[in-house]
Each structure stands twice: as C-alpha cells, then as structure tokens.
Design a protein around this ligand. Sequence first.
Ligand SMILES: [Zn+2]
Length: 184
Amino acid sequence: MAIGQIPKNFDPRKFARQGRQFEGSLALNQFGQLVNSLVDDKGEVQVALNFSLSESNRVVLEGRIDAKLSMICQRCLDVASIPVRAEFSLMGVLTDEQAKALPEEYEPLMYGDEPVELVPLLEEELILAVPLVAYHSLEECSAQQFYSTETEKEARAAAVEAEEEREEESPFSVLAKLKTDTTI
Ligand SMILES: [Zn+2]
C-alpha cells in the first residue's frame, strides 16, 4: 500500500489490519505544550508511522519523529537549533491491565471506540526526547573560547545529573550517579 499523508486522527485497529504507512511533516506550532519550552515555534516535525498487527493479533504502531528545536544554549546563552529524534513502539491496549502486561519493548497505546488523536501522542514522545539542558555543538558555540576544559566538564556533569534526575531510580541510574559523585 502507498505511503499516505499524516492523518489527524486514526482508527488503530483498521490501520493495523491494513498495514498502513504514513510519512510527512507537521507544523511545529501544533505542538503547543512542547513549544512553550522552546524559543520559537517555527519549523516542522518530520513523522514516519508504520501500523501492523503483532503475531498475537494486537495493534502495533512504530514511529519516528525528527525535529529541530530552538533552545537556549547553556554555554553561550544564544539560540541553538537542537536536533531531536524520538523513536517509539506502541502496542494497542484496551484496559490498564493490558497496559501493565505489555512486553517490555512496547509502550501502551490506549484506545476505545473513538479515533485516536495523533498530535498529542506524538507530542508526548517528543517531549520525552527533548534534552533538559541544550548546547550548541562545540564548533558552533560562540562561547567556546571563553570556557576552560574544567568549566566544560562541570557543565557536562550538571547535564548528566539533570538527565538522571529525570530517570527513575533504576539500578543503572544509581550506579551512574555514584560514578558522577566520585568524579566531581
Ligand atoms: Zn552555544
């Protein structure tokens, strides 16, 4: 089946059965909640979606979102265009119980009789992928010459710590935190 334009909403069961694929772009300014934390709302979000049925006949939605988001570089305090990519695998669920019992590699896609709105779903995935602290790449940053390597190290450690605080206290993040603590 041909690749279609990004739909505004969708019927998960129908699209999965038909194996529908979509590719296209959406205006960034539709993502109101995300845009609130950005410098501006100009630009586009590239989206690719692939619906299928699992072996157990469940709805599967795999997707990829790419965007360049304007954020303040925390090194030079100028605007930086930060490339952000979110990839996700969702499996259709009808109840909380089903959501809890999902295989580890899937996030739940809750649906009922109504069509599912696409933008809120994509926005949630994109927000999770946005870095808490943004920097230009070193080559592009106007502040690079003013910073010693020590300051750079501290800035990176702070960024790592901020990322960790976002994560749940998994054994891995506890280990990583111990490591960070000893190097400061
Ligand atoms: Zn910068």
